[in-house]
Design a protein around this ligand. Structure first.
Ligand code: SF4
Length: 288
């Protein structure tokens, strides 16, 4: 039963990917696609009870007509899954870009976000809610290491230990503050204020008591890190023997070494070639 369901999920994943590729004209590299497929299957294996129990999927929540501190109008939107079991209702927000360790490090922001969604669900839709949680589907480092081992027993043990679901406490008081914080971000974007945080924030632990600093946990995955002054300062100040030339050289090396760059270009060239409209030469050759 599980195997046939996993086959079904794999087929649905392929169809979904093709549809998105055709709709957007964009492709991803084979390794990224494989990582995404693996993430979907792991999610099903670990969170099967929740996945099977979802009663309302991709529920869109909207809070319109909000005002920023500068009186700009904005609308807040979110998409959640709902599980109703008996008289209990749980709201889940699936985070595909995060693993559970990273999510735990930024839990405050999800407490605010989920309480906002809960406010919309309960207050505007008038429906009861008992619990909220986020599901961080990206495998943790420990799980990724187990997967790389190729040993089924190690993998099964790591999947059992994996805790991708984090409960979020319901707190109605967080809502007003959250709307205001979103509004402040809207104002900053509209006013073109895109300054990165000071280097001190990058050097500080991502959460109290954590060993990883923000600059490693977050910035290492940021696409614009090599043009970010705070990140360059972080590398300078935290890597022994570092100097500005070496920071620049490291940036070039990392960029050049990234095999994904080439694969990404290849994948999208393939999409372009496959999807392009016929030109005069194609017509002459009778290729249409
Ligand atoms: S590297 Fe990216 S995430 Fe880090 S501070 Fe700079 S802009 Fe922000």
């Amino acid at each position: 039963m599980t195997q046939s369901m996993e086959d079904f999920i794999t087929d649905a994943f392929e169809q979904n990917y093709e549809r998105i590729r055709l709709e957007t004209g964009r492709a991803v590299t084979p390794n990224i696609k494989e990582a995404a497929r693996e993430q979907v299957l792991l999610y099903y294996r670990r969170m099967r009870d929740v996945a099977d129990g979802v009663t309302d999927t991709e529920v869109k929540l909207t809070l319109p007509e909000q005002r920023t501190p500068q009186q700009r109008k904005f609308t807040l939107e979110g998409v959640v899954d709902i599980v109703r079991e008996g008289d209990r209702t749980t709201m889940y927000d699936v985070k595909t870009h995060l693993d559970a360790d990273a999510a735990a490090g930024q839990l405050d922001q999800y407490v605010q976000q989920l309480n906002l969604y809960a406010h919309i669900w309960q207050g505007l839709r008038g429906e009861a809610l008992d619990e909220t949680a986020i599901i961080a589907t990206r495998p943790t480092r420990e799980l990724r290491q187990a997967l790389r081992s190729g040993d089924d027993r190690v993998i099964d043990a790591a999947i059992l230990k994996w805790r991708p679901c984090l409960n979020i406490p319901l707190d109605e008081h967080a809502v007003e503050d959250t709307v205001q914080r979103f509004g402040t971000v809207v104002d900053r974007i509209e006013e073109r204020h895109f300054m990165p945080p000071a280097v001190e924030k990058l050097k500080a632990p991502i959460r109290p008591g954590a060993r990883q600093p923000f600059g490693t946990a977050v910035c290492a995955n940021c696409d614009v890190r090599f043009t970010c002054d705070s990140y360059r300062q972080f590398r300078l100040q935290t890597t022994p023997g570092m100097n500005p030339e070496r920071v620049l050289q490291d940036a070039m090396n990392e960029y050049a070494a990234s095999s994904e760059q080439g694969q990404w270009v290849d994948a999208n060239m393939e999409t372009l070639n496959r999807d392009r409209l016929p030109d005069a030469e194609d017509i002459d050759r009778g290729d249409v």
